[in-house]
Write a protein of this length. Structure first.
Length: 133
């Protein structure tokens, strides 16, 4: 199954790194460089995907975490595994008031060559029809 293969690949990568500390590590790259949800009207939701790729040799493994709690934000997954992982982020502004804004840092922490920090931002606005009236 997929989980046991990922575990075996990670164990092999860890063993190779242990046997040869000079062996090139996986090299993490992310796209986009920032998760800018922009302005969301009250009640609106928006989705963005963070793609994490291994640009080097070996098996990339780790996790995605936030530097703080973000109201209204959901992550579809937290684990990074293999050559490429897509993590879906969703903001639901249905329970957030107008004027509410969030800014946070998404950290991609892996066995690769560096920790990647991705800024995340969104703000909640009143629906345009309410603003005009």
């Amino acid at each position: 199954d997929k989980d046991s293969k990922a575990s075996a690949d990670l164990a092999l990568e860890n063993l190779l790194q242990l046997l040869d500390p000079n062996l090139e590590k996986p090299s993490v790259d992310v796209e986009p460089e920032a998760l800018q949800f922009g302005d969301l009207e009250m009640g609106e939701s928006r989705h963005l995907t963070l793609t994490i790729r291994n640009q080097g040799r070996g098996y990339l493994a780790g996790q995605v975490r936030l530097d703080r709690a973000v109201e209204g934000l959901k992550l579809a997954a937290h684990l990074v595994r293999g050559q490429q992982t897509a993590i879906a982020f969703s903001v639901d502004a249905s329970q957030l008031p107008a004027g509410h804004a969030e800014a946070a840092i998404v950290e991609v922490v892996t066995n690769g060559d560096r920790v990647v920090q991705v800024p995340l931002h969104f703000a909640v606005t009143r629906p345009i029809r309410q603003t005009i009236e």
